[in-house]
Design a protein around this ligand. Sequence first.
Ligand SMILES: *Cc1c(COP(=O)(O)O)cnc(C)c1O
Length: 405
Amino acid sequence: MPQISEIEYLMDKYAAKNYHPLPINITSAQGVWVWTDNEQKEESKYLDCLAAYSALNQGYNHPRLINAAMRQLSTGVTVTSRAFLSAPMAHLSKLLAEICKKEKVLLMNTGVEAIESAIKLTRKWGYQKKKVAANQANIIVCANNFHGRTLTAISFSSESQYRDGFAPYTPGFKLIPYGDVQALEQAIDDNTVAFLVEPIQGEAGIIIPPEGYLKKSKEICERHNVVFVADCIQCGLGRTGKLFACDWENVIPDVYVLGKALGGGFPLSAVVCDSKIMDVFQPGDHGSTFGGNPFCAAVAIEALKVILEEQLPENSDKMGQYFLNELKKIKSPHVKEYRGRGLWIGIELYPEAGGARRFCEALAKEHILCKETHQNIIRIAPPLIITKEEIDWALPRFKKVLQME
Ligand SMILES: *Cc1c(COP(=O)(O)O)cnc(C)c1O
């Protein structure tokens, strides 16, 4: 019988099986590197090319983030009742509003909670401001979307595994093809309050829409008084080589939904928009015990400053181009396409390649941590602080794995 570790055994015996993790138990980490021991030996060192799905854009154990966390902990204030004020929340709201060039910020915890909040917000805006008929609001979403795992978010997923067995679903959504502006124009009716879209689809496999898609979609929304909501949870905050993926088309969405890297390793998410939308929320309309708590907010302030001051979007752009160009030089019978934007790279394999999972397992043996998305796509998304030397360390390992039988 193959030896399994105690952690694998405990996970198998006691943990819910809603994930299928590789048997790598990370116990210490620094920058783009993780170790499966605490002595940080060479043989237990791995390059993290997943970065907690972009929650670790700033890298592990960033001194400024750890200091901000320690400083806040030393005050003894991690969470307070929302009945009282909190300075970290106030300062974070200001900083985030300025960065997004918007007037108001709503802080939540997880990405999907911010999505739910944006849905509630735009529905209420629709009834109050657009005068949509009672209970008739609809929101347009795209095929192959990923907006999280709550019941409402999976209600408008096109992925059967995300939905099956969880009915009844939340109504009020219309699904259209991604990248198709005509479909958007046709789907809009008098009761449409919002268009919810990922500027680049992440979980779907780093799908970059046709040039001009975001700009044209935004124009169509404006023309029909529909709120353009950009889910920037994974593609935002530098991942694609710009601060926001919408910046590639100089589009400013009406509503930004942010999460993941915003918390600098802790759970924090946000909805950011102008007062004319946000002010439909009045005291008591919406809430969250932990949303924007002083601890996470204090770290998030530093997390945003690190992204801007260390020029992580610029590094993502430069290193992403280098990484992708070098990968493209790897001739492999398994690879259908190398694509990406910034440090967000998808390697799409042919169906005959036997699935991306076996490649991710082989990469783990080469000490590179990646995760497949869907059947046939290897996703590469390291922390945005990665250097050319670190990419050069990884390239021959990718070559070896992509050229295996
Ligand atoms: C991860 C993700 C979410 C959900 O975020 P959680 O923090 O896991 O709830 C929503 N939308 C996109 C685009 C994501 O990548």
